[in-house]
Design a protein around this ligand. Structure first.
Ligand code: NAD
Ligand code: IPM
Ligand code: MN
Length: 355
């Protein structure tokens, strides 16, 4: 007797359009699972700004422990105008990334067939790269503080933290990923202006390059790199950046590929000591939340990355192909991509394409 493969997913829809797109991603993943002969079990957590308003916490104190026993975590978006962003994000998303050591944030950027890039004359062959973002240290550090509140000496300081272990492991991840793609890594730096951490980042990049002799490299200061993303997106295969630089590049990249509404993100613990977490790159979009018009593609693509990570590569390919089919025609694309579909219409096209 064979037992069916099955996976337990901790689901955190979160806030705003997170609650609209995550159910679409779940139904699309279910359809792919049926087609490929495995099962998905979902446990849902109501961790959100709404919960904060009721209980004073975004998630319980032992939140990370509650999701640890699952095979993966599927998250929508965190943050809403009723709670200050640093409170909501440091109460849920950022502690999960840290407590589960999800140090590699992998964010693919691809111009899909049928989607128009805002860059004139660019097609799918020109835009296909992955931003690899360091996800647990760097500029996102709670070391620092404020003093002399409300006086004219008021002061705020914040310390960026770059460790050899932290930088080396994200660089190695990027080089290994490049070896499975077109064999090229670009480093985002700023060693002309940031005098301690960024020269260190460059030294560790050079050391990683020496460990991976087959991989070609480039490095740019982050300022001109943003210009190259727009002018020469075809230069890039894998782009490795610190927490903040990677964050910025992973909104710019998807904009160049048509919309932030399609961009997925995998927060990985590559050693698999903890479950990895999959989410759209976008946030809760309070400006369109509740209208039923959010693009569900980022959530579905994030689900595809999750299935891939769980070892269901064929199901992941099925989801990606269904996304591409749904994006080909304006009737089945959402408005952020110049289409006319609402969230439900885009979902129908994706589910139909899964077959
Ligand atoms: P956002 O990504 O929520 O929205 C930026 C713009 O893109 C908005 O105009 C929005 O309508 C549009 N957009 C985003 N996703 C879309 C989709 N799927 N379909 C169509 N349009 C879409 O970024 P923001 O406005 O800077 O942030 C809003 C809130 O979300 C803040 O609280 C922020 O901290 C939070 N946020 C959370 C995450 C996360 O949980 N991973 C990521 C980014 C922002
Ligand atoms: C992202 C988001 C988060 C980040 C915010 C909401 C803290 O922008 O996942 O890209 O900066 O990591
Ligand atoms: Mn971001």
């Amino acid at each position: 007797m064979t037992t069916q493969r099955s996976y337990r997913i901790a689901t955190i829809p979160g806030d705003g359009i997170g609650k609209e797109v995550i159910p679409v991603g779940q139904r699309a993943a279910e359809a792919a699972a049926r087609r490929h002969g495995f099962r998905l079990g979902w446990s849902e957590f109501d961790w959100s700004c709404e919960r904060y308003a009721k209980t004073g916490r975004m998630m319980p104190e032992d939140g990370a422990a509650q999701v640890k026993g699952h095979d993966a975590i599927y998250l929508g978006a965190v943050g809403f105008p009723n709670v200050p962003d640093h409170v909501s994000l440091w109460g849920l998303l950022i502690p999960l990334r840290r407590e589960l050591d999800l140090y590699a944030n992998v964010r693919p950027v691809r111009l899909m067939r049928g989607v128009a890039s805002p860059l004139t004359g660019r097609g799918p062959a020109d835009i296909d790269f992955v931003v690899v973002r360091e996800n647990v240290e760097g500029e996102y550090s709670e070391i620092g503080g404020r003093l002399y509140h409300g006086t004219d000496q008021e002061t705020a300081s914040q310390l960026a933290v770059f460790t050899r272990r932290g930088v080396d492991r994200i660089m190695d991840y990027a080089f290994q990923l490049a070896q499975t793609r077109r064999g090229h890594v670009t480093s985002a730096t700023k060693s002309n202006g940031i005098v301690h951490t960024m020269p260190f980042w460059d030294e560790r990049f050079a050391a990683a390059k020496a460990r991976h002799p087959g991989v070609k490299t480039a490095q740019f200061h982050i300022d001109i790199l943003t210009a190259h993303f727009v002018l020469h997106p075809d230069w890039f295969d894998v782009v490795v950046g610190s927490n903040l630089f990677g964050d910025i590049l992973s909104d710019l990249g998807p904009a160049v590929a048509g919309s932030i509404g399609i961009a997925p993100s995998a927060n990985l613990n590559p050693e698999r000591n903890f479950p990895s977490m999959f989410e759209p790159v976008h946030g809760s979009a309070p400006d369109i939340a509740g209208q039923g018009i959010a693009n569900p593609v980022a959530a579905v693509w994030a689900a595809a990355m999750m299935l891939d990570h769980l070892g269901e590569a064929e199901a992941a390919r099925t989801l990606e192909a269904a996304i591409e089919t749904s994006l080909e025609r304006p009737e089945t694309r959402t408005r952020d991509l110049g289409g006319t579909a609402d969230t439900a219409g885009a979902e129908r096209a994706i589910i139909a394409a899964i077959g």
